[in-house]
Design a protein around this ligand. Sequence first.
Ligand SMILES: [Zn+2]
Length: 234
Amino acid sequence: MADMSVKSQSGALGSAGVEQRRSLAPGQSGFRLARIAGIEVRVDWSLAVVFWLIAFNLGTGLLPARHLNWSGGLIWVAAFAAAALFFLSVLAHELAHALVGRARGVPIEGITLFLFGGVSRLGGEPKSPGAEFLMAVVGPLTSLVIGIICTALGAAFADRSAPDGLELSSFGPAATLLLWLGSSNLALAIFNILPGFPLDGGRVLRAILWKATGDLRKATRGATIAGPRGRRVC
Ligand SMILES: [Zn+2]
């Protein structure tokens, strides 16, 4: 784990998100957005790039292709709303890491949302395999729960009596947004639980190996599948 400052990042960019801790992540860049449960939330300017990419892809691709009867205004409102809701989901994922970490005695300096998602600025490290395990696993679990809830709500909002049945084209804005957000969060959960650094799953695996061997170094070697020497990613 990091020597002085540990960073925990949770991925955005849809299913291509990344999840990692590293020492080179943005820290105090950007602007302060809010303070939630005593944790400072900052937004890095690079977030605007991926925010626009998500909105642009939805506004020019999926939404107009599937919803021929939607106006241009509705399409772009839905596209930007989807991008905003997705980053709120990433924030929830990262907050879960931070809050559980703090509850387990890890100093939390704050969270920064940036190009690749979220990064938690930690002032220390989990002191035990159990703390590491809980702090790592709660992020994907949060995304999983959000994904299941949004998918269920989206299905409830979907107009199954429409001529197209369960086709996305027959869904209204609420059902469309919820189903997109649900699938995005499920993808985020699945991607981040993959068992390799810098993903959450790598930290879960390391916690298990740490518990089994009682040796943090061996556990780190066993769980690390990538990461330059000298950059302690977990
Ligand atoms: Zn995470």
